[in-house]
Design a protein around this ligand. Structure first.
Ligand code: NAP
Length: 353
């Protein structure tokens, strides 16, 4: 291998990217990982470094991290002779940001080199592949690439919604919900899936009331989440309604929303200081358009069943960027592992490892 050609470049820093890095580093592939640029516009779009988990609170469903008093679990389950060497001594389960920092550190411990920058353009037309960074003019070269850029939250696309972004409009209740402007005031959450239900539940800790506005008469969320939200007295579900306009003014930002009923022609207005979106996600594949096969929604296609191969040999995809179905931290981590193993085997088959 030439000195200047990277063996494996990983793009993305969610559970898929870090897991790919851990496996690639342990396989002596000396991976280089681009974790994304530290830009406010990325955070505004919900695609900052460390991915979507960095914008959540406690993670209850990642195996190995039970919710509740983690210290007590370890104290009870592990023999004292081993327990003394174990961290953490904390009274809560792992949070999203903690989990991501732990994965990042684990990847670095095995030698992953991390660059806080974006890859903005790729040339996969010949090997070695070429990758262009946001900073600087030079192109990197790489024998193999793992794409793990994830997905970002969707917005409705209303003019009034853009007008009040960061002035009451947010796609991340967990990031913004505790801000003073939302405390003890009504909030609106749009959507009927797990994200919307989770956001509504979370906001109910701060808001006087949360209106969960859904366009149908049935939630898409998992049954456990539905049970929880229906039992939450501070959440009122507004069935069969879509948002026509986010209401507000220059002084206060968001003041409410105008809704239209999907079951009849009626309209109504809700008062609220916060307007939160929970209406699904878009994969971060803009820089890959025309370079790799994607489905209609822009998710990368795996070209071999249960392998992470993309339409270009030597380029692999892991995590939400190639998953419009499961989209869980654990599935992202799993496919990150698969992508690293697939890359390792492919490099071996090319005599490059
Ligand atoms: P989702 O399941 O695709 O749900 C999106 C919701 O938004 C749907 O209810 C949809 O309505 C609604 N919607 C979409 N476009 C809309 C529009 N333009 N106007 C009004 N409503 C609109 O997305 P998600 O909730 O982000 O969940 C994605 C995946 O992540 C799922 O697999 C979910 O299980 C997972 N997730 C898991 C957790 C957890 O386990 N704690 C938390 C969050 C997400 P319709 O129902 O009418 O289509």
């Amino acid at each position: 291998m030439s000195e200047n050609i990277e063996n494996v470049v990983i793009i993305g820093s969610g559970p898929a990217g870090w897991t790919a890095a851990i496996y690639a580093a342990r396989a002596n592939l000396n991976p280089l990982l681009f974790e994304g640029a530290d830009l406010q516009e990325h955070y505004d779009l919900g695609r900052g470094p460390l991915g979507q988990l960095a914008m959540t609170t406690e993670v209850e469903n990642f195996p190995g991290f039970p919710s509740g008093d983690l210290s007590a679990y370890l104290d009870n389950a592990i023999d004292d002779s081993l327990r003394q060497y174990m961290a953490p001594h904390q009274k809560h389960g792992v949070s999203g940001p903690e989990l991501m920092e732990l994965m990042r550190q684990q990847a670095k411990n095995f030698g992953t080199r991390v660059i806080t920058d974006d890859i903005i353009e790729v040339d996969f037309s010949e090997r070695p592949f070429k990758l262009k960074r946001l900073e600087g003019d030079e192109w990197l070269t790489a024998n193999s690439v793992i794409i793990a850029t994830g997905a970002r939250a969707n917005y409705l696309g209303l003019e009034s919604e853009s007008k009040y972004k960061n002035r009451g409009v947010s796609a991340c209740a967990v990031c913004d919900g505790a801000l003073p402007r939302f405390r003890q005031k009504p909030a609106i959450v749009v959507g009927g899936g797990d994200s919307a239900v989770e956001e509504a539940d979370y906001l109910s800790k701060f808001s006087s009331v949360v209106y969960l506005v859904h366009r149908r008469d049935e939630l898409r969320a998992s049954s456990a989440m539905i049970d929880r939200i229906k039992a939450n007295k501070k959440v009122e579900i507004v069935w069969n309604h879509v948002v026509e306009e986010v209401l507000g003014n220059d002084k206060d930002g968001v003041t409410g929303a105008k809704l239209a009923c999907t079951a009849d022609d009626s309209k109504k207005e809700l008062e609220a200081s916060g307007f939160f979106l929970g209406i699904g996600h878009t994969p971060n594949t803009d820089f890959l358009k025309g370079k790799l096969d994607m489905n209609d929604a822009g998710y990368l296609k795996w070209t071999i069943p249960f392998r992470t191969n993309t339409s270009v040999e030597g380029v692999f995809a892991a995590g939400d960027v190639a998953d419009d179905n499961y989209r869980q931290a654990i599935t992202a981590a799993g496919t990150g592992c698969m992508a690293a193993l697939d890359a390792e085997r492919w490099l071996g088959s090319q005599g490059l490892h």
